[in-house]
Design a protein around this ligand. Sequence first.
Ligand SMILES: [Zn+2]
Length: 146
Amino acid sequence: MTRICPACAAQNALDARFCNQCGCTLPIAQAASPGSFSARHPILIAGLLMILVVVFLGTDWWLWRHRSRALDGAPVAAEPEPAAQPVRIATPLRPTVQALCADRSNFITRNYCMDRQCRKPENGRDPDCVKILADEKERNNRFSPG
Ligand SMILES: [Zn+2]
């Protein structure tokens, strides 16, 4: 492969910077392709370089970590898991009405107890009380004339 002088069309050596026929300056970039691969795909090249750097650094870090572990005599194992945080369950401030009346012996007295507990204003928001009071209201509406 030779360089063709643009001025006199003489063939020159590939690394020649001046034409040996006419002495004019030969263009430096006279490659066959209009642009080098990296010039046409700069993002691709940058991405590949970044991947290489990451792989290199990662391998280096991995080797360093294992070597330092081996020197310490410690077994090469996964990092110890951080202690699991105890799951905090929101506990109600006061026992439910059902809990308050759990010691009642049977269904009727338990219902009576719950009914009585639900009349207390501090138990009004208890889910059982909401249901009981709603049922009671419905009963009253159903049976009251008008
Ligand atoms: Zn020439």
